[in-house]
Design a binder for this molecule. Sequence first.
Ligand code: GDP
Ligand code: MG
Length: 779
Amino acid sequence: MMTLKDLKIGESAVITRVGGNGALRQHFLDMGIIPGSEVTLIKYAPLGDPAELYVRGYELTLRLDDMAQIDITPTETHVKTAETNKVANKTVHPGLGEGGKFHPKGSGNPLPDDTVLTFALVGNQNSGKTTLFNQLTGSNQHVGNFPGVTVDRKDGVIKGHPNTLVTDLPGIYSMSPYSSEEIVSRNFVMDEKPRGIINIVDATNIERNLYLTMQLLEMDIPMVVALNMMDEVRGNGGTIDINAMESALGVPVVPISAAKNQGIDELIEHAIHVAHFRETPLKHDFCDETDNGGAVHRCRHAIYHLIEDHANTAGIPPHFAASKVIEGDAIVLEQLKLDKNEKETIEHIVLQMETERGLDRSASIADMRYSFIFRICGESVRKPRKSKESVRSEKMDRILTGRWTAIPFFALIMVLISYLTFNLIGGTLQDLLATGIDALTGIVDEALTRGHVNNVLHGLIINGIFTGVGSVLSFLPIIVTLFFFLSLLEDSGYIARVAFFMDKLLRKVGLSGRSIVPMLIGFGCTVPAVMSTRTLPSERDRKMTILLTPFMSCAAKMPIYAFFVDAFFKGHKALIFAGLYALGIVVSILIALLFRGTLFKGEAVPFVMELPNYRMPSAGNVGRLLWEKAKDFLQRAFSVILIATVVIWLLQSFDVRFNLVSDQQDSILAMIAGLLVPIMKPTGLGDWRICTALISGFMAKESVVSTLEVLFENGIQNTLSTATAFAFLVFSLLYTPCVAAIASIRRELGHKWAITVVLWQCFIAWLGAVIVHVISLLF
Ligand code: GDP
Ligand code: MG
């Protein structure tokens, strides 16, 4: 018996059996790895594992261990996708309800005019959801959170239609919950009952994308399909017969290009129309009575009638419930509250179907969906032989995931990004901004002096606010530049490749390649990094990744490093920065190894991931992201950091009786921070001013610098030794994340874990600083 693992590069085979069990196996099936599918092995990752495969018209990754569970028979033929030479028919796309197509004229069942039309935007990852959402809403959006779960939720009003609300859901592949994102999207559609669904489909990868569409149609909610990326399809000489696809699916299908802003108005019109007139999909089931003897068809309908009343009582669309019951979905089975008799009958029917069909229950449902998709694509899609984009991606991948070139190129890209961020672009702009801020400080200082402003107030404004907030503010360009590059990596599809070739290494520390995404984002900011872990399918991987991301030195810590480099290590900026970043990574590896042997025993879950074509990120998306980051940073600078600076300045200027102190040693601040001094003694950081700075870093890391600026009036280099500076840097790198990051950890893992993270990281940081201190004493 041959398994997928025995396949050689370039060879094709047909899958005969998919091993494994549970949610993971379901995930394989959902991704198109089902008996009867043809696969081609494209290449192995540079380290030999995982492999890249071509299946059902797209590329995905699988580990060798998982490939060993999939049986195959080799074939001679080449990969074949749904391809016909049918000339696309030129009839124009019918208008709304034309010819009684979507509702017979005069028999509409409209909602009252003032009802808010809520839409869920649902689609695969990388299908262009963010791009479409931005097109639909313009800037009318706000970010919230999904109740109960941790996912960033984006709502927005459609431009020019004040009575609408679109919610951007996490990208999903199937309505079978696999990762926590998929659960969120499924629950949103089932529980919040949006008035309409806008299903975005990547037309360049249409078979795999329609798999989700099949399941959404079962939800019996008014829906439109937005065929996105039509510019690429047309640019390669492909066409899609929209009318044929519409009649096959029973919902309006609108060809669009989100990136080029084409077809959006028509999409909006159709979406509003179906939602307003409550036009639910015309078809809900896709089993064919002639298909393989019709076993699946009979089984589905028998079960449908059996559970219909239960499903209606439980508020679950019955067609959806029927499919899920056959697949054995535990959540739905629970909600249906079937009695023993009914359960037995169902089991009977399903067993009968399995025997007749020769496939198990999950595989036969997945197969039914894919068969239907292939049938309609065969009738309505004319594909180009190979698109320019996939040829280009292949060429790029020869280098970017090539056996000998992948890792050197990754290193090169990282070095290039740091160079551009810290020196060329960000660095230059920062210097400019700093000069500007200095000049402004000078002008205000002079004005205050000339105006004979009270000394205390003068001190507060110049030494407190201007010095403190100003030193932080000048980091804006660097932070924006860093986010610019991170978003390029993410949007272009490169991060998926990094996950692909780093998987084997990450496995050694007990994680999977997918964990690389949060880690890389963590170099920007821990908050989105922690959020992005929701794409990880296993709780264990998710927890472990969340606990490790704070060790990736975030952008807010840069001002601290830069401040110390300026004072102590002039001329060694690159060395110190690189050293600290590397130290963070090394510590996280050590901790991962520790976790792996103790708290999180076992293996990371299998690594199944789509490798999308490389795409040029749209300028609009990137611009919007940068604007959000800049706004966020400025808000922090003028809220948290400003307040922290003023409070610290006040606390250090007065004693407990609110008299102005002449020696800061007597201030309230010195008293409070003094409590920490004994604990910090072994690290060489037992100075109340340092302790204060570290406490303020709890609010926002940037405040550490503004606090040090306020407290060390004579310049820090005249007060501390170089060894202490080192210990301080190591401590700041490793100690507790800021409040915002802790809050996001709490949302993901609960407050117990959040508190644990704070204490645990302070301990690690303390240990690190002690080691530095002890070593420094030896010299
Ligand atoms: P999401 O993951 O579903 O939110 O997808 P994004 O909106 O981030 O888009 C993924 C990639 O596809 C980005 O690089 C977009 O610039 C690109 N993209 C989105 N829509 C289109 C389109 O209509 N045509 C083309 N050529 N590219 C697009
Ligand atoms: Mg997106």
